[in-house]
Design a protein around this ligand. Structure first.
Ligand code: S3P
Length: 166
């Protein structure tokens, strides 16, 4: 783990970034920040409302801006589209360790397909979500310092992250 750096959890919707992030922060005694929750709190609107009222580009700008304001040494659950801007990746590389939480599409689809809180999942067919997953899998994989499976019990993923961060 980089000294005073963040741990950024990246991965597709349903990968377990928030659940694992919270447990990881408890175990490492660090602050936990969920970027989606931060946006909702700062904008005082749900993610679905932000998407429908202002569009995806507006959401992406807010997401990147709020991420960069988080103070050092936190465990950060990012949204699945956090690598939308390439400069965000550069910033993340300079400010911490990037952990890709990885699971097969079929498992993620089961976890997310009925969640109305995820406007992207709601507006896309299974085939186009799968295509998005494939594209993002390549982006997440090449951005990551560590890749950790999450098609297992959350405690196992947390143990693996802690072991590999050392
Ligand atoms: C998004 C994922 C969501 C949220 C927004 C867009 C995406 O976060 O940021 O709905 O583009 O994959 P989760 O990955 O936490 O579901």
């Amino acid at each position: 783990m980089k000294e005073n750096g963040h741990v950024f959890l990246i991965g597709f919707m349903g990968a377990g970034k928030s659940t694992i992030g919270r447990l990881l922060a408890d175990r490492l005694r660090k602050d936990f920040i969920d970027v989606d929750a931060l946006i909702v709190q700062k904008e005082n609107k749900s993610i679905s409302d932000i998407f429908s009222e202002h569009g995806e580009a507006f959401f992406r700008e807010k997401e990147a801006a709020y991420l960069k304001k988080i103070s050092g040494g936190s465990i950060i659950a990012t949204g699945g589209g956090i690598l939308y801007f390439s400069e965000t990746l550069e910033w993340m590389k300079q400010n911490g360790t990037i952990v890709y939480l990885q699971a097969p599409f079929s498992i993620l689809y089961e976890r997310i397909f009925q969640d109305s809180n995820r406007p992207l999942a709601m507006t896309k067919s299974e085939a186009s979500l799968k295509e998005l997953y494939s594209k993002r899998h390549d982006v997440y994989s090449s951005a990551a310092d560590l890749i950790v499976p999450t098609d297992c019990r959350v405690e196992e993923s947390v143990d693996l992250i802690i072991e590999r961060l050392q």
